[in-house]
Every structure is written in C-alpha cells, then in structure tokens.
Design a protein around this ligand. Sequence first.
Ligand code: SF4
Length: 139
Amino acid sequence: MNYILVSACLLGQACRYDGKCKRYEDMDALMERDDITLIPICPEQAGGLSTPRNPAERVGDNVMTNKGDDVTAQYRKGAEEALRLCRLYHCKTAILKGKSPSCGYGAIYDGTFTRTLVKGNGVTAELLEKEGIGIISMD
Ligand code: SF4
C-alpha cells in the first residue's frame, strides 16, 4: 500500500480560510485505487487555527494575516504535524493545494494581499520537501 499525504481541502473538506473547500475531482480516481491510501490533513487547522480565519501570506520566514497578526508559530506547528503523519505512514509523496501559505509549492502570494504570485513554497511544503517528500502541486 502506498500512503500519500493530501491537502484536506482537495478532498472536499471545508477547511479553507473562508470556510470553503477546493475539491478536485481528479482526486476521485486516486481514492478509488486499491493500492493507494490518501492521508488528509489541513496544516492550518492542525496548527491550531480556526475555520474560518483571516487570510494569511508568507512574509519572508514569517506568516502574517491581513490584520497584521503573526501566525508563524501555528503554521510551523501545522507543518510539523504534516511531517509527523508522513513519517507515521511512510509517505514518500504529498499532493498539496497550490498557492497556499502552507501547502503552496513553487509559487505563493507575496505577502501584500494583492494576489501577486512569487516563487516560493508554503511552510508545510517547504518542510516536507526538506525532509525528502516528493510534492505534487494542485493549482
Ligand atoms: Fe487546504 Fe492546505 Fe489551506 Fe488547509 S492549509 S485549507 S489543506 S491549502
């Protein structure tokens, strides 16, 4: 059995900052495979943030909300929880939602809340990649 970590919102969990999900029907085919088990996690919820919550973006190594609150600690805790699950289930791959300050991989918003993308990774994607987990980004 292959265990793959997945951003919970991609499976339809309403865990996004605005209380909505971002369900991807492409995930249905994966869910039906007998040789794959998907392990869902929302790192922001796992880090202790509520839903809905204020939107946040990375600013350097920190993560700030649009109200100026520093939520870096919660984002780091969520990333550690995601890594813990990867280790528990021996996940070699994670399928993560693009552009998120947690799950984004390759491109994230620039911290100005103007929907401007820059190169970079969310806090969880960054940690998982550093620990050797292969990341597939779903935009
Ligand atoms: Fe989805 Fe990840 Fe954002 Fe949670 S932190 S809502 S799983 S993109």
